[in-house]
Design a protein around this ligand. Structure first.
Ligand code: 1HA
Length: 274
């Protein structure tokens, strides 16, 4: 890994690249609070996601936590003030974690959560919003919102129900108990469970396998799999892919060229898909 954390001045996360594997690794790095996130953390995650998305050498993004005790324990309860999470870094108390979820959904590159230890509360939602999850055998999953006076009525509820079904989703939220890696695998919440020592190796194996495949096919599939759940915004993602591909076609280029040359377009003189 090449460590780019200092280059971008990140304090709550680490940001590393593996150029040979075409992979970016974004990790929450607040072990003293089991990788709980505060506004600074979330904003750094958003910035790192942007960097990885825009880096042409990156084909897959790993989201993880530093250390083996916790992937992420959710929102940092110590900075939860009167009107929301407040660490003094934002003009108003706010935690832009729902914006991070949307960004992860819209990212055209696959995001793979590598989970060791606790993935709890908002930390559990982060792994659910990722495209794939590889879990270590010490992973523990669960929601605590109803216990600590919180809830995520966004992807944390609706996407969870799509993954595990309505009955199970209601159980996870209403009882707020914890589940082992094997239980998570059984309910389709994670893709694979491996011994802790193999977590990074297995995750990289999945990334390398993805890198062998067509990036356009993968980004269109991600958009398609999101589309029904994301409504108009979901079809827009898919539509954006269609327009980009059309711009690359002779027919698309003819429209631009004709406009610039101030002549009528000769769409039927170029190869079209119809
Ligand atoms: O619901 C939302 C949202 C909803 C809508 C929109 C945005 C949202 C954003 C976030 C969230 C949430 O995430 S709500 C849920 C918040 N998280 C939790 O309720 C989990 C809290 N942590 C735990 O339950 C436990 O720490 C643990 C099961 C993960 C591990 O237990 P363990 O091994 O017994 O460790 P513990 O002693 O509890 O924790 C070690 C240290 O880490 C403690 O500090 P210390 O006493 O050493 O000073 C503990 O307070 C701290 N810590 C752990 N988790 C958090 C935390 N400090 C702040 N915030 C935390 N989340």
């Amino acid at each position: 890994w090449v460590d780019h954390t200092a280059k971008y001045g990140f304090q709550d996360i680490t940001y590393k690249l593996s150029p040979e594997d075409g992979t970016a690794r974004i990790a929450i790095n607040r072990p003293e609070v089991h990788n709980a996130f505060r506004p600074i953390t979330v904003n750094e995650l958003r910035k790192a996601m942007d960097l990885a998305q825009d880096d042409p050498t990156v084909g897959a993004i790993i989201l993880t936590g530093e250390g083996t005790y916790a992937f992420c324990s959710g929102g940092d309860q110590a900075v939860r003030g009167e009107g929301g999470y407040d660490d003094g870094s934002e003009p108003v108390p706010r935690l832009r974690v729902l914006d991070l979820h949307v960004q992860m959904r819209r990212c055209p590159k696959p995001i793979i959560a590598a989970v060791a230890g606790y993935a709890i509360g908002g930390g559990h939602i982060l792994h659910m919003v990722a495209d794939l999850t590889i879990a270590a055998d010490n992973a523990v999953f669960g929601q605590t919102g109803p216990r600590v006076g919180s809830f995520d009525a966004g992807y944390g509820s609706s996407h969870m129900a799509r993954i595990v079904g309505q009955k199970k989703a209601r159980e996870i939220w209403f009882l707020s108990r914890f589940y082992s890696a094997q239980e998570a695998l059984d309910m389709g919440l994670v893709n694979k469970v491996v011994p802790l020592a193999q977590l990074e190796g297995e995750t990289m194996k999945w990334c390398r396998r993805i890198m062998e495949n067509s990036p356009t096919a993968i980004s269109c599939l991600k958009a398609a799999l999101n589309a029904d759940e994301d409504g108009q915004a979901g079809s827009m993602q898919l539509a954006g892919n269609a327009t980009r591909l059309f711009y690359l076609s002779e027919e698309g280029k003819e429209g631009r060229d004709a406009f610039l040359a101030k002549r009528p377009a000769r769409f039927r003189a170029v190869p079209t898909s119809k």
